[in-house]
Ligand binder design. Structure first.
Ligand code: KG4
Ligand code: ZN
Length: 352
């Protein structure tokens, strides 16, 4: 790699959940973003923390080497090492943080600790066109659902969030009820493309303000499936025999998926419209794994056109967990001199 004095080249590592990822960012431009997805969890219907930590340990060296190689970068070109400090699975975070600390120490370069949710919001600053400040960001992932006002890269505030399940959990738990493997979000997306979103009606919760709730939706889907879509809908007392339920799901999978996805999207976008009305901000971004959902992307863009918003969605590879978003956040922290000491610790929970 051509190196000029003053270049800022950052290696970033993301290991908060079940993706091991490494990225190289040079002067604010992402040169590589390698992601190793752990397949081991599929058979269990969810992420098993201990298996995730072990897989990170196996993946981290090859993933970092691949990121350096793709960027045409050597270890001695690096200006700093960044890592996801919080939130996430503690064992998984520890693998990334210990690796980052060791490398920073060995190379005598600074360490930068990054908040995973801040990084999802800043994924919108990776590619052009970038949103102007302030912007609103709807961050929808497997662990979080938030509406954030982003005033500058390092200044943001949460103005709404879920009081129970995250949007990604709503997708994954619904998929599990349909007998689909983990993570079910992408599968619901796939089947929904062929289905009628108006065929089945699931209720929209009445939660005041800008907060979200998805647990009621999950319960209504559970009762709906228990009753195999009959008129006994939502009545706990009647439970259809299992083979009847399976048959009903098999015959109506596309319509059920489309109807579930339709409701999740309407919950998200109605709150987003409310946030825009309250803040009068018109630069609106999506972020997080669920922003990979094709129905949400299309509805978000269409709503933006109708409402006169400037809409932004990160490229697909920067929507789900990735180190590119950690790297861009670290770049802004580097410019601001926000470095971490070597005794910094990973933390499972931390407010944005
Ligand atoms: O941001 P992310 O990769 O990890 C967390 O920080 O949680 O988000 C993962 C979530 C999972 O719940 C997954 O099912 C969901 O994003 N997801 C999707 C799609 N792709 C990923 N949900 C719906 N449709 C998709 N296409
Ligand atoms: Zn995430």
């Amino acid at each position: 790699m051509q190196k000029t004095v003053g270049d800022i080249t950052i290696l970033a590592i993301e290991s908060s959940c079940d993706e091991t990822s490494a990225s190289i960012c040079k002067n604010g431009k992402i040169l590589s973003n390698i992601i190793a997805t752990q397949k081991v969890h599929e058979q269990y219907g969810g992420v098993i923390p201990e298996l995730a930590s072990r897989a990170h340990m196996q993946n981290i060296v090859p993933v970092v080497e691949a990121a350096l190689q793709k960027a045409g970068c050597g270890k001695h070109d690096l200006s700093a090492i960044a890592f996801t400090q919080s939130p996430g699975l503690i064992g998984s975070l520890l693998v990334g943080s210990q690796f980052a600390k060791s490398l920073a120490m060995a190379l005598h370069i600074p360490l930068i600790a990054v908040h995973h949710m801040q990084a999802h919001v800043l994924a919108n600053l990776i590619d052009d066109p970038k949103p102007g400040f302030p912007y609103l960001c709807l961050t929808v992932s497997g662990g979080h659902t938030q509406i954030v006002v982003c005033e500058s890269p390092l200044k943001m505030k949460v103005i709404g969030e879920t009081i129970d399940d995250a949007a990604g959990e709503a997708f994954d738990k619904s998929a599990k009820l349909l007998g689909l493997p983990y993570p079910g979000g992408p599968l619901i997306d796939k089947f929904a493309k062929e289905g009628n979103p108006e065929r089945f009606s699931f209720p929209e919760p009445k939660i005041p303000g800008l907060n979200f709730s998805f647990s009621g939706l999950k319960t209504s889907i559970l009762y709906f499936l228990q009753n195999a879509g009959t008129s006994h809908i939502y009545k706990e007392a009647f439970i259809a025999p299992e083979d009847e339920r399976k048959e009903f799901i098999r015959e109506n999978l596309a319509d059920i998926c489309a109807s579930i996805q339709f409701r999740i999207i309407s919950i998200l976008l109605n709150k987003l419209k409310k946030a825009v009305a309250q803040t009068n901000i018109k630069n609106i971004c999506l972020a997080g794994g669920v922003s990979a959902n094709s129905g949400l992307r299309a509805a978000f863009i269409e709503t933006g056109k109708k409402e006169g918003w400037q809409t932004f969605i990160p490229a697909f590879e920067y929507c789900t967990d990735n180190a590119g978003m950690i790297a861009i956040t670290a770049y802004y922290k580097y410019l601001d001199g926000q470095f971490a000491a070597l005794d910094v610790t990973a933390s499972a929970r931390e407010e944005l």
